[in-house]
Design a protein around this ligand. Structure first.
Ligand code: ADP
Ligand code: MG
Length: 706
């Protein structure tokens, strides 16, 4: 019930129209699917005597006095009474029209939170209107809205859209979702059709258990969640089928020439190690995909340090041996640079006899070098192109690209992945796509978002690694940690020190890292202590990384820029300051920077205690989880529970944001149902499937495909 306001002007109505567009509420069905955040109960009148302190109530009462007070600030103070008690209303902002409605003698219906102060009951800024008219039979919905779109306007728009919208069923016959029925006031609640579910959720009867609406477990909510998940699965399977109709170059090793070692064998022969069984298995999975004339769409996941780069390199070798080009894109300059160095080391020798090279592309490189590289790429002389986002820029013309590898794929947005695919299409052929991620995707997430993606998993670390020991240490014991650093450096090892993440403030991150750098330099005389942060010029970053990689620099202090992929096997100690501020998966990734060589490695999670001298309970549980397990999948699972799916999918525009109602962790049964139902529905009821997707996803389906 709104406070009365002047009748809406034409301008207000058109600004409300604009606001509806802004919320994406264009079709009737969009409005029908715009569900309440919460409800207000206006179905009852509470006698003042029964109105308890702190509760939100609707009363009906008569104004006995109304006056404007000027102290301590200007306010309208109104006394009202019903047969059982009295209450004072206070308004700090009010118009003459309000005063008129609140005139002495007026009978009002008033709704607000009761405060039972020393001076009697009070309501601050309650909603009110002249009493009279029937009480509504259903709860009043309160919708998510934006400025310029008042609740009453939105309510009316939604109510009329609900009447007009086509809400006929689009679920396939005999495929009821596994909705759990709940008990309500009238016994077991009925199951709902889409239309019934929407009508109910917009205007529920007052006997409903509000908690089941709030936590979305009510059968009407479950019905909507099932529908939404089905739409999402359908669009995934649709794009999988569309992809199956596309063509890609067949990439296989050419027939062996007698006396010449095949390129892949040459590559493996010069590696300083043999592949693990898991690496061999995923290489075979990828090779099988690339040997088909259909574009590969595969995610290679493996814990940090599991050795994904060499798998990508072997796939590139196959691609090159088949006579095509390969591109590898990494999210940061440092990581791309490191890949470039490693791949040149592995491939230069074996590519030279073929007259082929490895090209480097980065946003930071000099014009001259860049145009040289672009020429190499366009002529096809560069068989492998390594770089940052620069790889997908417009000026880059590939000669005949057949394989694109995206490292740390969750770091790239959906739009960038789409751009990559579109850009690389060549003469009617699509490139094969291999995405790599060190943030293992929990099963439920893989099932939903990546129904359109094949997944290969490296589930074994290279041999000879000693597990990383993780210790929780209070920040007050910093000195001991510094002693430990000195001992590691004395033993010829290297140390990372990661500075806290200060949300929303890069500047603070930086000042903290700078201060720590000074402290450690003073505390560790004779040791070279370096500093790395994201604001540094590229050349400087590169110089610092080179000193650390070469083993000259003993300690590297950094902000979280080293998070992804950096590989310095001699580093054996990782210190993370204010570890309580990081997400679990992020801590796991950081920790993965050590334990890459044979030396025993450790990770110290420094934490700061609160004012009470203690670490908060959840923070402690989370950090303990880090100490208890080195298994990235287990950590990912716990992180999903704590942080939700956005973290794994990276970009804000990720598919996760597209799920408005369903919760991947809580609605597994519905997800499994949708996953099973979708392919059958596409086969047997394609038109229904199309209608269902259009209804739920409208124009957004394209985004879910990247
Ligand atoms: P990630 O999967 O995190 O990208 P990397 O590809 O950077 O891991 O590999 C981590 C380290 O392990 C690198 O130094 C790499 O050369 C090494 N490595 C990879 N595979 C093996 C293996 N089979 N045996 C020994 N070392 C390996
Ligand atoms: Mg990597």
């Amino acid at each position: 019930m709104p406070a009365p306001s002047p009748a809406p002007s034409k301008a207000a109505a058109s600004s409300a129209q604009k606001a509806l567009l802004k919320l994406g509420l264009t079709r009737d069905i969009d409005l029908a699917l715009h569900l309440p955040l919460r409800y207000e109960d206006e179905t009852r009148i509470t006698p003042l005597r029964n109105a308890r302190d702190g509760s939100v109530v609707q009363i009906e009462a008569t104004v006995v006095s109304s006056e404007v007070q000027l102290r301590p600030r200007r306010q309208l103070v109104v006394q009202v009474e019903d047969d059982t008690g009295s209450c004072e209303l206070r308004f700090f902002s009010f118009y003459p029209s309000h005063q008129k409605t609140l005139a002495v003698g007026a009978r009002l219906r008033i709704r607000g939170e009761i405060k039972g102060g020393f001076w009697g009951r009070q309501m601050m800024h309650p909603a009110f209107r002249t009493a009279g008219g029937e009480l509504p039979a259903a709860l009043t919905p309160v919708y998510p809205t934006v400025a310029g779109l008042p609740q009453p306007y939105l309510r009316r728009a939604i109510a009329s859209a609900l009447q007009r919208a086509d809400l006929s069923d689009t679920l396939p016959p005999n495929a009821a979702p596994p909705v759990h029925q709940t008990f309500g006031a009238g016994g077991l609640q009925p199951l709902y059709s889409l239309q019934q579910a929407l009508r109910f959720l917009h205007n529920p009867t007052p006997d409903v258990a509000l908690a089941t609406l709030e936590d979305h477990t009510h059968p009407a909510w479950q019905r909507l969640k099932a529908e939404e998940l089905l739409a999402q699965q359908l669009s995934q399977y649709q794009s999988k089928r569309e992809r199956a109709r596309l063509r890609a170059p067949v990439l296989t090793m050419p027939a062996a020439v007698p006396g010449v070692l095949p390129l892949d064998a040459q590559f493996l022969a010069q590696l300083p190690f043999g592949l693990t069984r898991a690496q061999q298995r995923v290489c075979a999975e990828i090779a099988a995909d690339m040997a088909r004339p259909v574009p590969m769409h595969r995610l290679l996941q493996g814990d940090v340090g599991s050795g994904k780069t060499v798998v990508a390199a072997l796939s590139a070798v196959t691609c090159i041996a088949a006579g095509w080009q390969c591109a590898l894109m990494a999210p940061t300059e440092i990581l791309a640079e490191q890949h470039f160095g490693k791949l040149v080391g592995w491939l230069e020798q074996i590519l030279a006899p073929l007259g082929k090279k490895v090209a480097w592309l980065s946003g930071a490189q000099k014009k001259k070098q860049r145009s040289e590289m672009l020429a190499l790429i366009a002529s096809g002389e560069a068989a492998l192109v390594v770089g940052t986002h620069a790889v997908i820029q417009e000026q880059v013309q590939f000669h005949h690209l057949a394989l694109a590898v995206i490292d740390e794929q969750h770091r790239f947005g959906v739009a960038q992945r789409l751009a990559l695919r579109q850009k690389l299409a060549h003469a009617g052929l699509e490139p094969h796509l291999l995405m790599m991620s060190a943030t293992p995707i929990p099963r439920t997430l893989a099932m939903s978002y990546y129904a359109d993606l094949d997944v290969s998993t490296i589930d074994e670390l290279p041999p000879g690694r000693t597990p990383i020991v993780t210790k929780l240490i209070a920040d007050s014991r910093r000195d001991e940690v510094i002693e430990r650093i000195a001992a590691q450096v004395a033993a010829g090892r290297q140390v990372y020190w990661v500075c806290p993440l200060i949300e929303e403030s890069e500047a603070l991150d930086l000042s903290n890292a700078t201060a720590t750098h000074v402290d450690l330099s003073e505390a560790l005389p004779g040791v070279m202590v370096g500093l790395l942060h994201s604001r540094m010029p590229t050349a400087e970053k590169k110089a610092v990384m080179e000193l650390f990689t070469a083993g000259v620099m003993g300690v590297l202090v950094s902000t979280t820029v080293i998070e992804v992929g950096v590989d310095v096997p001699n580093a054996s100690l990782m210190v993370i300051e204010h570890s309580e501020r990081f997400g679990l998966s992020q801590l796991h990734q950081l920790r993965g920077r050590v334990g890459r060589g044979a030396a025993a490695s450790a990770c110290v999670l420094l934490y700061a205690v609160g004012d009470n001298g203690k670490l908060g309970e959840t923070a402690r549980d989370r950090l303990r989880a880090m100490a208890e397990t080195n298994d990235g999948f287990e950590i990912a699972r716990r992180d999903l529970e704590i942080r939700g799916p956005g973290e794994f999918l990276g970009a804000r525009q990720s598919g996760a944001a597209m799920l408005r109602f369903a919760d991947l962790a809580a609605d597994i049964a519905l997800l499994e149902w949708a996953r099973e139902c979708a392919p059958q529905m596409l086969d047997r009821f394609p038109q229904l499937a199309e209608r269902h997707v259009a209804r739920w996803l409208g124009g957004k389906a394209e985004y879910l495909k990247a």
